[in-house]
Design a protein around this ligand. Structure first.
Ligand SMILES: NC(=O)c1ccc[n+]([C@@H]2O[C@H](COP(=O)([O-])OP(=O)(O)OC[C@H]3O[C@@H](n4cnc5c(N)ncnc54)[C@H](OP(=O)(O)O)[C@@H]3O)[C@@H](O)[C@H]2O)c1
Length: 337
């Protein structure tokens, strides 16, 4: 049994991780950390675990986590995460970091977009990006994996095979995302206050969302081209889920059937990407690790529509998928229907 710890255990992604890991046959949850509450039973913070997990949330130091755990999932905000993760990786623990801290390849890019000094700059650029559908071998060889951002996941999975196949151009790509409110985390903010977000739709971080460099970096790596994505997210009044519509320009005449065939061929043996004929909805991927994708061709535009659950394929279930690959377990362990 792997002894697992979760950092930032009061939050939403941590709650979903507990839910998934309780069904994971190779894993025992042995540590849950918090800064604030201190020694409170998990069921007081997450009542859905009454009678299912007998463990307290604790304000643990790194040496206590190292003594107790083989593997850690960090559900902390950026900067706080790398500061807490660094000594754990130094001590040899396996870590999946759900924050943005290790996703980007260059410290300068991180500092520019996140406006903070990186707490572990020496590791930046050495960490596998946690999309097993694209980087399985790198993840399997890794002790530390950077879990992807929730918004880039479906568009990257849609675009990567088409860029590699030379079906779409690497420039003039537009990604429009409709995001559920849990994407902003459990920590209260004005924008996620019920009267602000209920019955309301608003675009946010237009032209300067922090996932922009992640799109460009990962798609540039898989395609070998210089990729530029214009990313515009919208907050929509639902708890969870992300629907993304990606607009790319075809490189030449191509049919919808050909585009769908490229996607189907690429993901034929991948358990969590479903290439569907109908237009996906956020409800069909709710509380699952599936990414559902489809394509339409309109004149010279290839339109790719994707659906994921931001807290599962966009965060916690993807983290468990990465953990499975890192540990050599079947990739689907704990993530079945
Ligand atoms: N929500 C999503 O859909 C989603 C998707 C992909 C990735 N992520 C990433 O996953 C991470 C967790 O997201 P979340 O939605 O679970 O956030 P959350 O619900 O706000 O939970 C984060 C937890 O981290 C702890 N924390 C906050 N500030 C901290 C600090 N400065 N130092 C140490 N601990 C701190 C808090 O616990 P205490 O106050 O109890 O200490 C809090 O409960 C973030 O990096 C986020 O960007 C989120």
């Amino acid at each position: 049994m792997v002894k697992a710890g979760i950092l930032g255990a009061t939050g939403y992604t941590a709650r979903e991780l507990i839910h998934i890991l309780l069904r994971h046959k190779h894993t025992e949850i042995v540590a849950l950390t918090t800064r604030q509450v201190g020694n409170v039973h998990v069921s007081e913070v997450h009542p859905q675990f009454v009678g299912r997990l007998d463990l307290a949330l604790e304000n643990l130091e790194a040496d206590e986590i190292i003594a107790r755990c083989d593997c850690v999932f960090s559900c902390l905000p950026h900067a706080a995460s790398a500061a807490r993760v660094k000594p754990l990786v130094d001590a040899g623990l396996r870590v999946v970091d759900l924050s943005a801290d290790y996703r980007l390849q260059e410290v300068e890019t991180y500092t520019h977009w996140y406006q903070v000094e990186h707490p572990d700059p020496g590791r930046v650029g050495t960490v596998a990006y946690g999309l097993p559908e694209l980087f399985f071998d790198e993840i399997a060889d890794s002790q530390l994996v950077a879990n992807p951002g929730c918004n880039p996941t479906a568009p990257i999975l849609a675009l990567a095979p088409l860029l590699r196949a030379g079906c779409v151009q690497p420039v003039d790509i537009i990604v429009d995302a409709k995001c559920g409110v849990s994407g902003a985390g459990r920590t209260p903010k004005l924008v996620t206050h019920f009267p602000e977000c209920n019955e309301n739709v608003v675009a946010y971080n237009v032209g300067h969302h922090r996932h922009t460099p992640e799109f460009n970096q990962v798609l540039g790596k898989v395609s070998g081209a210089s990729v530029e994505v214009l990313f515009i997210p919208h907050l929509v009044p639902m708890d969870r889920g992300i629907l993304t519509t990606t607009y790319a320009t075809a490189c030449g005449p191509v049919s919808q059937e050909q585009v769908l065939a490229v996607l189907r061929d690429y993901y034929r043996d991948r358990p969590f990407v479903r290439v569907v004929d109908d237009l996906p909805t956020t409800k069909q991927t709710l509380a699952s690790n599936y990414c559902d994708l489809t394509a339409r061709v309109i004149a010279d535009r290839v339109v790719l529509i994707g659906s994921i659950d931001n807290l599962w394929k966009g965060a916690s279930a993807a983290a468990v998928q990465n953990y499975n690959v890192m540990c050599g377990f079947d990739e689907t362990t704990g993530l079945g229907d």
